[in-house]
Design a protein around this ligand. Sequence first.
Ligand SMILES: *Cc1c(COP(=O)(O)O)cnc(C)c1O
Length: 396
Amino acid sequence: MLPAILGGTPIRSNPLPYAKQYIDDNDCRAVSEVLKSDFLTTGPMAKKFEEVIADYVGAKYAVAFANGTAALHGACFAAGIQPGDEVITTPITFAASSNCVLYLGGTPVFADINKDNFNINIDDIAKKITKKTKAIIPVDYTGQAVDIDALKNLVKGTEIVIIEDSAHALGTKYKEKRVGGLVDMTEFSFHPVKTITTGEGGIITTNNKEYYTKLTNFRSHFITRDVNQLENKDGGGWYYEQLDLGFNYRITDFQCALGISQMKKLDWFISRRKEIVNIYNEAFTNLDGVILQKNEGFSDTVNHLYVLKLDLPKLKADRKEIFQALIAENIGVHVHYIPVYWHPYYQKLGYEKGLCPNAEDLYNCMLSVPLFPAMSNDDIRDVINGFYKIISYYRK
Ligand SMILES: *Cc1c(COP(=O)(O)O)cnc(C)c1O
């Protein structure tokens, strides 16, 4: 079959996106009820949403933020990151995972990934730990949990804080337990492409009360009315104090109402994602020219992304040509992610290309395949047919 990019007929007539939110009438009702109530900004719905998420992931506390990036900024603040401190993370992630370190004047240090599961490599983290290392931000990339026990062993006896970036991994279990309560702090994102959405939104879950208080204050200019925290205990009914430098990172109550409503569909979101991933795995295992991401036994993964590696030596085209050919078939592939330190801003900070060879190799041959719960069985079939068509055409 002639690829559409060369003048053939595309596999489908309308573009299929790589990800899309799922919003139903219950979500709309939940939001509009709050719009007619007394609270628009962070109020009772935010509190309830935090309880729902904390309860779901098995953490004592949760603090909701305006977005996942703000939540990571808060977590880095609570961990005490300051100029001179180093924080280790992966280059195969959204820039937020390391930008949050830069916001506080800290230095992101990139550890390489594993070739087979694409998550951060724990041995490489070990090599990059120095006296200045203050925290590690591992990312549950595509939704697959990092090896949390191995990480905890690595930092045992040190003061190094683990902030898990689980933006992709709501619902994922590590050794039977959901991620969210297993390390010092865990971040989730509710951007529309993520497992549930609040439009924009994010949250930190933790079992540590001190972090909880800091995160809550940080979200709102570090202004408090809590008498236990005030320096002047006798200020009067109007009185409040700003105790440190915080931000306005509040999330609205109508967004949190959306989040609560979305949580009611989470079981279905998860089972549908898993169903699609199983169909893909079966179809792509037999497609010569692509390589699947390994899933480790300790991770019961809820995939946010489905990432394939192109087996480039077997193909006559590079990733860019394959990508464009699939887009021409109306299959909305994407690439997650450009190694963070390749971006011009990071290059100007002095990070050099070649730093993490496995990450760079993966970047050169990876594609994200459309994955979202509202995909129909026809959509799934189109994706598989599109890949078979293009990979077969370009196979040597
Ligand atoms: C989505 C995402 C975030 C947070 O992003 P926001 O858009 O700010 O919610 C953080 N880390 C990773 C890996 C992400 O994919």
